[in-house]
Design a protein around this ligand. Structure first.
Ligand code: ZN
Length: 400
Protein backbone atom coordinates (compact mmCIF):
# COMPACT_ATOMS: atom_id res chain seq x y z
CA UNK A 1 0.00 0.00 0.00
CA UNK A 2 1.13 3.54 -0.80
CA UNK A 3 -0.57 5.98 1.60
CA UNK A 4 -1.08 9.46 0.18
CA UNK A 5 -2.70 11.15 3.15
CA UNK A 6 -2.39 10.30 6.85
CA UNK A 7 -6.10 10.97 7.25
CA UNK A 8 -7.35 8.68 4.50
CA UNK A 9 -7.14 5.02 3.52
CA UNK A 10 -6.60 6.06 -0.12
CA UNK A 11 -3.88 3.92 -1.73
CA UNK A 12 -1.67 5.94 -4.06
CA UNK A 13 -0.90 2.82 -6.09
CA UNK A 14 -4.53 2.61 -7.25
CA UNK A 15 -6.75 4.89 -9.36
CA UNK A 16 -9.13 7.16 -7.46
CA UNK A 17 -12.85 7.78 -7.79
CA UNK A 18 -13.30 10.66 -10.22
CA UNK A 19 -17.09 10.63 -10.70
CA UNK A 20 -19.95 9.82 -8.29
CA UNK A 21 -23.60 9.44 -9.29
CA UNK A 22 -25.47 9.59 -5.98
CA UNK A 23 -29.12 8.87 -5.14
CA UNK A 24 -30.22 9.70 -1.59
CA UNK A 25 -33.57 8.91 0.04
CA UNK A 26 -33.74 11.23 3.06
CA UNK A 27 -35.57 9.53 5.94
CA UNK A 28 -36.12 12.40 8.38
CA UNK A 29 -37.95 10.23 10.92
CA UNK A 30 -34.93 7.94 11.23
CA UNK A 31 -32.22 10.61 10.63
CA UNK A 32 -30.87 8.28 7.97
CA UNK A 33 -30.06 8.39 4.27
CA UNK A 34 -30.74 5.26 2.20
CA UNK A 35 -28.37 5.65 -0.70
CA UNK A 36 -26.77 4.30 -3.82
CA UNK A 37 -23.60 5.39 -5.58
CA UNK A 38 -22.31 4.64 -9.06
CA UNK A 39 -18.60 5.36 -8.72
CA UNK A 40 -16.27 5.79 -11.72
CA UNK A 41 -12.51 5.42 -11.43
CA UNK A 42 -9.86 7.61 -13.03
CA UNK A 43 -8.48 4.47 -14.75
CA UNK A 44 -9.50 0.80 -15.07
CA UNK A 45 -8.52 -1.28 -12.07
CA UNK A 46 -8.46 -4.93 -11.01
CA UNK A 47 -8.36 -6.40 -7.53
CA UNK A 48 -8.40 -4.61 -4.20
CA UNK A 49 -9.57 -1.01 -3.94
CA UNK A 50 -9.80 0.81 -0.60
CA UNK A 51 -12.38 3.50 0.16
CA UNK A 52 -12.95 5.64 3.24
CA UNK A 53 -16.16 5.21 5.23
CA UNK A 54 -17.30 6.21 8.70
CA UNK A 55 -20.31 4.65 10.40
CA UNK A 56 -21.79 3.58 7.05
CA UNK A 57 -23.77 0.36 6.68
CA UNK A 58 -22.74 -0.99 3.27
CA UNK A 59 -25.42 -3.30 1.87
CA UNK A 60 -24.14 -4.32 -1.56
CA UNK A 61 -21.45 -3.85 -4.19
CA UNK A 62 -21.94 -4.82 -7.81
CA UNK A 63 -20.65 -4.30 -11.31
CA UNK A 64 -22.08 -1.56 -13.51
CA UNK A 65 -23.74 -3.78 -16.08
CA UNK A 66 -27.22 -4.48 -17.41
CA UNK A 67 -27.09 -7.62 -15.29
CA UNK A 68 -24.97 -6.55 -12.31
CA UNK A 69 -22.66 -9.12 -10.75
CA UNK A 70 -21.88 -8.99 -7.03
CA UNK A 71 -18.47 -7.60 -6.08
CA UNK A 72 -16.85 -9.06 -2.93
CA UNK A 73 -16.39 -6.42 -0.26
CA UNK A 74 -15.57 -6.15 3.42
CA UNK A 75 -15.53 -3.45 6.08
CA UNK A 76 -12.62 -3.46 8.52
CA UNK A 77 -13.55 -5.20 11.76
CA UNK A 78 -12.71 -2.21 13.93
CA UNK A 79 -13.24 1.47 13.21
CA UNK A 80 -10.28 3.78 13.65
CA UNK A 81 -11.37 6.71 15.86
CA UNK A 82 -10.01 9.23 13.33
CA UNK A 83 -10.01 7.50 9.96
CA UNK A 84 -13.24 5.55 10.29
CA UNK A 85 -13.57 2.16 8.61
CA UNK A 86 -11.79 1.05 5.44
CA UNK A 87 -14.04 -0.51 2.81
CA UNK A 88 -12.15 -3.04 0.68
CA UNK A 89 -13.63 -4.05 -2.68
CA UNK A 90 -12.22 -6.82 -4.83
CA UNK A 91 -12.91 -5.55 -8.33
CA UNK A 92 -13.18 -7.76 -11.44
CA UNK A 93 -10.52 -7.24 -14.12
CA UNK A 94 -10.41 -3.77 -15.70
CA UNK A 95 -13.29 -2.33 -13.71
CA UNK A 96 -14.06 1.29 -14.57
CA UNK A 97 -17.24 1.82 -12.59
CA UNK A 98 -19.18 -0.05 -9.92
CA UNK A 99 -22.29 0.35 -7.79
CA UNK A 100 -22.74 0.47 -4.02
CA UNK A 101 -25.82 0.63 -1.82
CA UNK A 102 -25.52 1.81 1.76
CA UNK A 103 -27.16 3.73 4.61
CA UNK A 104 -25.81 6.50 6.80
CA UNK A 105 -25.87 6.40 10.58
CA UNK A 106 -28.09 8.78 12.59
CA UNK A 107 -24.78 9.82 14.16
CA UNK A 108 -23.08 10.52 10.79
CA UNK A 109 -20.37 13.06 11.55
CA UNK A 110 -21.16 15.16 8.44
CA UNK A 111 -24.90 15.44 8.98
CA UNK A 112 -27.09 17.38 11.35
CA UNK A 113 -30.78 16.50 11.44
CA UNK A 114 -33.18 19.00 12.99
CA UNK A 115 -36.73 18.22 14.09
CA UNK A 116 -39.46 20.77 13.27
CA UNK A 117 -39.36 22.37 16.77
CA UNK A 118 -35.67 23.12 16.18
CA UNK A 119 -36.27 25.18 13.02
CA UNK A 120 -37.83 28.55 12.26
CA UNK A 121 -39.96 27.05 9.50
CA UNK A 122 -41.40 24.29 11.74
CA UNK A 123 -40.25 21.83 9.06
CA UNK A 124 -37.55 19.16 9.40
CA UNK A 125 -34.12 20.22 8.21
CA UNK A 126 -30.84 18.47 7.42
CA UNK A 127 -27.50 19.91 6.37
CA UNK A 128 -24.02 18.53 5.73
CA UNK A 129 -20.58 19.77 6.74
CA UNK A 130 -17.87 17.62 5.13
CA UNK A 131 -14.71 19.62 5.86
CA UNK A 132 -12.36 18.23 6.71
CA UNK A 133 -12.80 14.41 6.68
CA UNK A 134 -16.56 13.88 7.06
CA UNK A 135 -17.65 13.18 3.46
CA UNK A 136 -16.85 9.51 4.23
CA UNK A 137 -19.77 9.45 6.69
CA UNK A 138 -22.18 10.24 3.80
CA UNK A 139 -20.81 8.05 1.00
CA UNK A 140 -17.77 5.79 0.45
CA UNK A 141 -15.06 7.87 -1.19
CA UNK A 142 -11.39 8.69 -1.39
CA UNK A 143 -11.67 11.38 1.25
CA UNK A 144 -8.48 13.26 0.48
CA UNK A 145 -8.42 16.68 -1.22
CA UNK A 146 -6.27 15.55 -4.16
CA UNK A 147 -8.95 13.03 -5.24
CA UNK A 148 -11.27 15.53 -6.93
CA UNK A 149 -14.65 14.35 -8.16
CA UNK A 150 -17.49 15.49 -10.32
CA UNK A 151 -20.89 14.30 -9.18
CA UNK A 152 -24.60 14.06 -9.79
CA UNK A 153 -26.98 14.06 -6.85
CA UNK A 154 -30.62 13.08 -6.50
CA UNK A 155 -32.21 14.06 -3.20
CA UNK A 156 -35.56 12.38 -2.54
CA UNK A 157 -37.36 14.53 0.08
CA UNK A 158 -40.93 15.21 1.28
CA UNK A 159 -42.66 17.48 -1.22
CA UNK A 160 -43.15 20.32 1.26
CA UNK A 161 -39.35 20.68 1.49
CA UNK A 162 -36.81 21.96 -0.99
CA UNK A 163 -33.09 21.30 -1.28
CA UNK A 164 -29.86 23.03 -2.26
CA UNK A 165 -26.37 21.64 -2.96
CA UNK A 166 -22.85 22.67 -3.92
CA UNK A 167 -23.85 21.94 -7.51
CA UNK A 168 -26.03 23.17 -10.37
CA UNK A 169 -29.74 22.67 -9.73
CA UNK A 170 -31.16 20.73 -12.66
CA UNK A 171 -34.78 20.01 -11.78
CA UNK A 172 -37.41 19.51 -9.12
CA UNK A 173 -39.52 16.61 -10.34
CA UNK A 174 -41.42 13.46 -9.51
CA UNK A 175 -39.34 10.43 -8.45
CA UNK A 176 -38.83 7.69 -11.08
CA UNK A 177 -38.20 3.99 -10.36
CA UNK A 178 -35.14 4.18 -12.60
CA UNK A 179 -33.56 6.89 -10.42
CA UNK A 180 -32.37 5.17 -7.33
CA UNK A 181 -30.23 2.15 -8.38
CA UNK A 182 -31.18 0.21 -5.27
CA UNK A 183 -30.99 3.02 -2.71
CA UNK A 184 -34.35 1.77 -1.46
CA UNK A 185 -37.29 -0.08 -3.00
CA UNK A 186 -39.47 1.51 -5.68
CA UNK A 187 -42.47 1.88 -3.34
CA UNK A 188 -40.48 4.02 -0.91
CA UNK A 189 -38.67 6.07 -3.59
CA UNK A 190 -41.87 6.81 -5.52
CA UNK A 191 -44.26 7.09 -2.55
CA UNK A 192 -46.93 9.79 -2.73
CA UNK A 193 -45.79 13.05 -1.21
CA UNK A 194 -42.13 12.67 -2.25
CA UNK A 195 -40.21 14.72 -4.82
CA UNK A 196 -36.69 14.60 -6.24
CA UNK A 197 -34.32 17.57 -6.34
CA UNK A 198 -31.71 16.89 -9.03
CA UNK A 199 -28.21 18.42 -9.13
CA UNK A 200 -25.12 18.15 -11.34
CA UNK A 201 -21.57 19.25 -10.52
CA UNK A 202 -19.35 19.14 -13.59
CA UNK A 203 -16.53 21.17 -12.02
CA UNK A 204 -14.33 18.79 -10.07
CA UNK A 205 -14.11 19.38 -6.34
CA UNK A 206 -12.35 17.71 -3.43
CA UNK A 207 -14.77 15.54 -1.41
CA UNK A 208 -14.77 18.01 1.50
CA UNK A 209 -16.64 20.49 -0.74
CA UNK A 210 -19.58 18.12 -1.31
CA UNK A 211 -22.57 19.69 0.43
CA UNK A 212 -26.35 19.73 0.52
CA UNK A 213 -29.21 20.87 2.71
CA UNK A 214 -32.96 20.22 2.71
CA UNK A 215 -35.75 21.86 4.63
CA UNK A 216 -38.35 24.61 4.44
CA UNK A 217 -36.02 26.75 2.34
CA UNK A 218 -36.98 29.87 0.38
CA UNK A 219 -34.83 32.32 -1.61
CA UNK A 220 -34.33 35.92 -2.76
CA UNK A 221 -32.31 37.03 -5.78
CA UNK A 222 -29.42 39.38 -4.99
CA UNK A 223 -27.97 39.80 -8.49
CA UNK A 224 -27.65 38.03 -11.84
CA UNK A 225 -25.52 35.21 -10.38
CA UNK A 226 -26.16 35.59 -6.64
CA UNK A 227 -29.11 34.51 -4.51
CA UNK A 228 -29.64 34.02 -0.79
CA UNK A 229 -31.51 30.99 0.58
CA UNK A 230 -32.84 30.61 4.11
CA UNK A 231 -35.51 28.91 6.13
CA UNK A 232 -37.81 30.95 8.32
CA UNK A 233 -40.01 32.75 5.84
CA UNK A 234 -40.22 36.20 4.29
CA UNK A 235 -38.90 38.14 7.29
CA UNK A 236 -35.63 36.19 7.46
CA UNK A 237 -35.23 36.29 3.69
CA UNK A 238 -35.78 40.06 3.57
CA UNK A 239 -33.22 40.63 6.34
CA UNK A 240 -30.74 38.32 4.61
CA UNK A 241 -31.24 40.06 1.27
CA UNK A 242 -30.53 43.44 2.90
CA UNK A 243 -27.43 42.10 4.72
CA UNK A 244 -25.93 40.64 1.57
CA UNK A 245 -27.03 43.23 -0.98
CA UNK A 246 -23.39 43.97 -1.91
CA UNK A 247 -22.40 40.40 -2.73
CA UNK A 248 -22.59 40.78 -6.51
CA UNK A 249 -20.22 43.73 -6.25
CA UNK A 250 -17.87 41.60 -4.13
CA UNK A 251 -17.67 38.96 -6.84
CA UNK A 252 -16.77 41.65 -9.39
CA UNK A 253 -14.00 42.97 -7.11
CA UNK A 254 -12.67 39.44 -6.66
CA UNK A 255 -12.59 38.94 -10.41
CA UNK A 256 -10.74 42.21 -10.86
CA UNK A 257 -8.06 41.02 -8.46
CA UNK A 258 -7.72 37.35 -9.30
CA UNK A 259 -9.37 36.55 -12.60
CA UNK A 260 -12.79 35.25 -13.59
CA UNK A 261 -15.06 33.65 -11.03
CA UNK A 262 -15.05 30.03 -12.22
CA UNK A 263 -18.07 28.56 -10.40
CA UNK A 264 -20.84 30.34 -12.39
CA UNK A 265 -23.06 31.10 -9.38
CA UNK A 266 -22.23 32.44 -5.92
CA UNK A 267 -25.31 31.67 -3.82
CA UNK A 268 -25.62 31.79 -0.04
CA UNK A 269 -27.53 29.52 2.32
CA UNK A 270 -28.32 30.92 5.77
CA UNK A 271 -28.60 27.87 8.01
CA UNK A 272 -30.43 27.34 11.30
CA UNK A 273 -28.47 28.50 14.39
CA UNK A 274 -27.01 25.03 15.05
CA UNK A 275 -24.60 25.41 12.09
CA UNK A 276 -21.27 25.08 13.92
CA UNK A 277 -19.19 27.47 11.79
CA UNK A 278 -19.30 31.09 10.70
CA UNK A 279 -19.27 30.03 7.08
CA UNK A 280 -18.26 27.17 4.78
CA UNK A 281 -16.98 27.82 1.27
CA UNK A 282 -18.99 25.15 -0.55
CA UNK A 283 -18.69 26.07 -4.24
CA UNK A 284 -21.81 27.62 -5.79
CA UNK A 285 -23.56 27.54 -2.37
CA UNK A 286 -21.75 29.06 0.63
CA UNK A 287 -23.20 27.92 3.96
CA UNK A 288 -23.54 30.64 6.64
CA UNK A 289 -24.51 30.89 10.28
CA UNK A 290 -27.58 33.13 10.84
CA UNK A 291 -25.56 35.10 13.39
CA UNK A 292 -23.91 36.98 10.51
CA UNK A 293 -27.20 38.77 9.89
CA UNK A 294 -26.94 41.80 12.16
CA UNK A 295 -28.67 44.42 10.09
CA UNK A 296 -25.49 46.43 9.49
CA UNK A 297 -23.92 44.59 6.52
CA UNK A 298 -21.08 43.40 8.80
CA UNK A 299 -21.86 39.82 7.81
CA UNK A 300 -20.25 40.66 4.51
CA UNK A 301 -16.86 40.03 6.13
CA UNK A 302 -17.65 36.34 6.47
CA UNK A 303 -18.99 36.23 2.93
CA UNK A 304 -15.80 37.91 1.69
CA UNK A 305 -13.69 35.22 3.36
CA UNK A 306 -15.77 32.43 1.81
CA UNK A 307 -15.69 34.15 -1.58
CA UNK A 308 -11.89 34.34 -1.31
CA UNK A 309 -11.87 30.54 -1.07
CA UNK A 310 -13.40 30.43 -4.56
CA UNK A 311 -9.82 31.05 -5.69
CA UNK A 312 -7.67 29.99 -2.69
CA UNK A 313 -8.79 26.53 -1.67
CA UNK A 314 -11.54 25.63 -4.11
CA UNK A 315 -9.53 26.18 -7.31
CA UNK A 316 -6.06 25.53 -5.89
CA UNK A 317 -6.38 23.00 -3.11
CA UNK A 318 -4.03 21.60 -0.51
CA UNK A 319 -3.07 18.05 -1.49
CA UNK A 320 -3.60 16.35 1.86
CA UNK A 321 -5.81 16.82 4.87
CA UNK A 322 -2.71 17.83 6.86
CA UNK A 323 -2.30 21.06 4.91
CA UNK A 324 -5.64 22.84 5.27
CA UNK A 325 -3.71 25.68 6.89
CA UNK A 326 -2.71 26.68 3.36
CA UNK A 327 -6.32 27.43 2.53
CA UNK A 328 -6.92 29.53 5.59
CA UNK A 329 -3.80 31.62 6.00
CA UNK A 330 -2.72 32.16 2.43
CA UNK A 331 -1.64 35.69 1.90
CA UNK A 332 -3.90 36.00 -1.10
CA UNK A 333 -6.90 35.04 1.02
CA UNK A 334 -5.82 37.77 3.40
CA UNK A 335 -5.38 40.28 0.63
CA UNK A 336 -8.65 39.41 -1.01
CA UNK A 337 -10.58 39.51 2.26
CA UNK A 338 -9.03 42.86 3.01
CA UNK A 339 -9.93 44.23 -0.39
CA UNK A 340 -13.49 42.98 -0.30
CA UNK A 341 -14.13 43.81 3.33
CA UNK A 342 -13.18 47.39 2.64
CA UNK A 343 -16.68 47.71 1.26
CA UNK A 344 -18.06 47.27 4.77
CA UNK A 345 -15.53 49.47 6.61
CA UNK A 346 -15.78 46.83 9.35
CA UNK A 347 -12.67 44.82 8.64
CA UNK A 348 -10.22 45.82 11.36
CA UNK A 349 -10.96 43.05 13.86
CA UNK A 350 -11.23 40.44 11.14
CA UNK A 351 -7.91 41.53 9.66
CA UNK A 352 -6.23 41.31 13.06
CA UNK A 353 -7.39 37.72 13.40
CA UNK A 354 -6.13 36.86 9.93
CA UNK A 355 -2.80 38.59 10.52
CA UNK A 356 -2.45 36.72 13.81
CA UNK A 357 -2.84 33.44 11.98
CA UNK A 358 -0.27 34.49 9.43
CA UNK A 359 2.18 35.57 12.15
CA UNK A 360 1.80 32.27 13.98
CA UNK A 361 2.24 30.29 10.81
CA UNK A 362 5.50 31.98 9.92
CA UNK A 363 6.91 31.03 13.31
CA UNK A 364 6.86 27.48 12.02
CA UNK A 365 9.75 28.04 9.65
CA UNK A 366 9.54 24.62 8.08
CA UNK A 367 6.17 25.54 6.55
CA UNK A 368 7.54 28.49 4.59
CA UNK A 369 8.59 26.53 1.46
CA UNK A 370 5.08 25.04 1.18
CA UNK A 371 3.52 28.42 1.61
CA UNK A 372 5.74 29.99 -1.04
CA UNK A 373 5.00 27.15 -3.46
CA UNK A 374 1.26 27.54 -2.90
CA UNK A 375 1.39 31.26 -3.63
CA UNK A 376 3.56 30.64 -6.70
CA UNK A 377 1.08 28.14 -8.06
CA UNK A 378 -1.83 30.45 -7.37
CA UNK A 379 -0.15 33.39 -9.08
CA UNK A 380 0.85 31.23 -12.03
CA UNK A 381 -2.75 30.16 -12.44
CA UNK A 382 -4.12 33.65 -12.79
CA UNK A 383 -3.06 34.50 -16.37
CA UNK A 384 -5.01 31.49 -17.60
CA UNK A 385 -7.73 31.70 -15.00
CA UNK A 386 -10.53 31.73 -17.54
CA UNK A 387 -10.32 27.94 -17.87
CA UNK A 388 -12.70 26.00 -15.68
CA UNK A 389 -10.89 24.09 -12.97
CA UNK A 390 -12.43 20.81 -14.06
CA UNK A 391 -11.09 21.22 -17.57
CA UNK A 392 -7.64 22.42 -16.64
CA UNK A 393 -5.55 19.52 -15.35
CA UNK A 394 -2.89 21.83 -13.94
CA UNK A 395 -5.42 23.10 -11.47
CA UNK A 396 -5.99 19.64 -10.09
CA UNK A 397 -2.44 18.41 -10.24
CA UNK A 398 -0.85 21.53 -8.86
CA UNK A 399 -2.07 20.73 -5.36
CA UNK A 400 0.87 20.68 -2.99
ZN1 ZN B 1 -11.81 29.79 5.47
Amino acid sequence: MAPVDPHSYTDGAHPVVSRAALAFYLDFAASTIHASALLTLSAPHSGDLLLDTRALAVHSASTDADTPEPIPFSLAAAADPVLGTALTLTLPPDTVSFRLTFSTSPAASALQWLAPPQTASAQPFVFSQCQSIHARSIFPCHDTPAARITFSLLLNVPEQLSAVASARHVARRDPLPSDHRGACDDELWCAPGRIVEEFQMEQSVPPYLFAFAAGGIGSRDLGPRTRVYAEGGDKVLDEAAREFAGVEEMVKVGEGLFGPYEWERFDLLVLPPSFPYGGMENPRMVFLTPTVIKGDAAGAQVVAHELAHSWTGNLITNKTNEDFWLNEVSGLTLLLVWSLSAFTLQSVVFLKIQCGSLYGMFHTVSYIPYYVEYLTLLLAYQPIGTACCSSKPACVSCSL
